[in-house]
Ligand binder design. Structure first.
Ligand code: ARG
Length: 443
């Protein structure tokens, strides 16, 4: 029974939150006259001492005492004697654990918010540097159209902004205090829930005691946001892996973010990127795990809910590590502009520009322009060259409406410079967007 029932090995991570919750609770008990001043002061002093022991790593826990709440209370009794027994007045472990866990998740979410900003800043800085660096843009991982590296990096800044928004929304929604809901029905003592809520930085008390002790959707929402964020980071990680590979050679990571092979001396493996790509597995797993734990649990508290912590304690720190490692890689990488440029022009990537020229200058309907350009691409392929390498005569031989004026649009620089539509890849748009992010992320 002890082995299955005890949670101390997991919930010892809530020690600091548990003590803060108890300090708020005992201050309120004294202010409302539920517990005498002297006892309350002795309890608070004892709790502060335990806080110091936790910080110093000398706080001893025992599995026989089941969980962090009982361990702290037992230590308090050792320190202050009988007064310790008054701390649990008008409280239950049910509202206590919900409060502690919420405080923990809230701190984790706040930490992630700040780390995401740091990653966004790293991406914006590199985007400014590479606003005009031309690279191939892909669809289906097939060369599609030339783009700028800065534009590609800013795509992730947008994605991460929505991740940050999801965490911020989750935080705003979770910020009500369960403390004072007691076991499930509230209490007959004249407690002041608004006071404990304010002391712990909550917007106010949760309005229904059953909901307060039973709900873990705050943790689910944080895990859902984490799963989405980890999924987005895994895409950047995958791109870094691809970009680092010899056939691409778009970027180089320093020794700080690569590892060597024990047998192949030439290897520089992007292990950090691979691990970011892989950690999404446990983060999505954590969300699934908690969803299944919570499914079908009748109100109010059931011990099922003790299984809420391992997935959260695993996933949110894992995501934090992924965000920090990704920021490190983004700052570390060196772009190989020559390699990007060389591949940007391979695969007839400016074919759309020729089709657009036929629409604009020769008045063709786009579908017809698409067909004519396709014929030009086939002519290039027959001679083993790129579309941009064909002469004006060769192009005119495919379709007489193509004049030498069309050659200009086949250059990759012209191509990216021309894509000035809002949200487009043109260097001037990338610089504008980077400036927008600067004003937003550095204020
Ligand atoms: N260790 C428990 C948990 O994490 C604390 C709450 C226990 N409540 C109870 N009624 N047994 O869920």
């Amino acid at each position: 029974m002890e082995e299955i029932n005890a949670s101390i090995d997991v919930d010892k991570r809530l020690a600091s939150q548990d003590i803060r919750g108890s300090l708020a609770h005992v201050a309120m008990l004294a202010d409302t006259g539920i517990v005498g001043r002297q006892d309350a002061e002795a309890i608070a002093a004892g709790l502060r001492q335990i806080e110091g022991e936790v910080a110093a790593g000398t706080f001893r826990t025992s599995r026989a005492l089941e969980d962090i709440h009982m361990n702290v209370e037992a230590r308090l009794a050792e320190l202050v004697g009988e007064a310790a027994g008054r701390l649990h007045t008008a409280r239950s472990r049910n509202d206590q654990v919900a409060t502690d866990f919420k405080l923990w998740v809230r701190e984790a979410v706040d930490g992630l918010g700040a780390e995401l900003v740091d990653l966004q800043r790293a991406l914006v800085e590199r985007a400014e540097e590479h606003a005009a660096t031309v690279m191939p843009g892909f669809t289906h991982l097939q060369s599609a159209q030339p783009i700028t590296f800065g534009h590609h990096l800013l795509a992730y800044v947008e994605m991460l902004e929505r991740d940050r928004g999801r965490f911020a929304d989750a935080r705003a929604r979770m910020n009500t205090s369960p403390l004072g809901a007691a076991a499930l029905a509230g209490t007959a003592f004249p407690i002041d829930r608004a006071a404990t809520a304010a002391a712990l930085g909550f917007d106010g008390p949760a309005r229904n005691s059953l909901d307060a002790v039973s709900s873990r959707d705050f943790a689910l929402e944080a895990l859902a946001a984490a799963a989405i964020c980890a999924t987005q980071l895994s895409r950047l990680a995958e791109e870094v892996v691809v970009w680092c590979s010899a056939p691409f050679s778009f970027v180089r990571l320093s020794d700080a973010f690569t590892t060597g092979s024990s047998i192949m001396p030439q290897k520089r493996n992007p292990d950090a990127a691979e691990l970011v790509r892989a950690k999404v597995g446990r983060i999505v797993g954590a969300l699934t795990s908690l969803l299944v734990v919570m499914k079908g649990v009748p109100l109010a508290y059931s011990k099922d809910m003790q299984e809420d912590k391992p997935p959260v304690f695993d996933a949110l720190p894992a995501l934090s590590l992924c965000v920090r490692a990704t920021a490190g890689m983004v700052r570390d990488l060196t772009a190989n502009e020559e390699a990007m440029r060389a591949l940007a022009g391979k695969g007839h990537t400016t074919a759309t520009d020729l089709a657009d020229w036929l629409v604009r200058e020769a008045g063709l309907p786009f579908r017809e322009a698409h067909r004519v350009t396709g014929a030009c691409v086939r002519a290039a392929e027959r001679s083993g060259r790129e579309l941009a390498e064909l002469s004006a005569e060769e192009l005119a031989a495919v379709d007489g409406r193509i004049t030498s004026d069309a050659l200009g649009v086949l250059s990759i620089d012209r191509s990216v410079e021309s894509r000035t539509s809002l949200g487009g890849t043109a260097p001037e748009r990338v610089r504008e967007e980077a400036a927008r992010w600067r004003a937003r992320l550095w204020s």
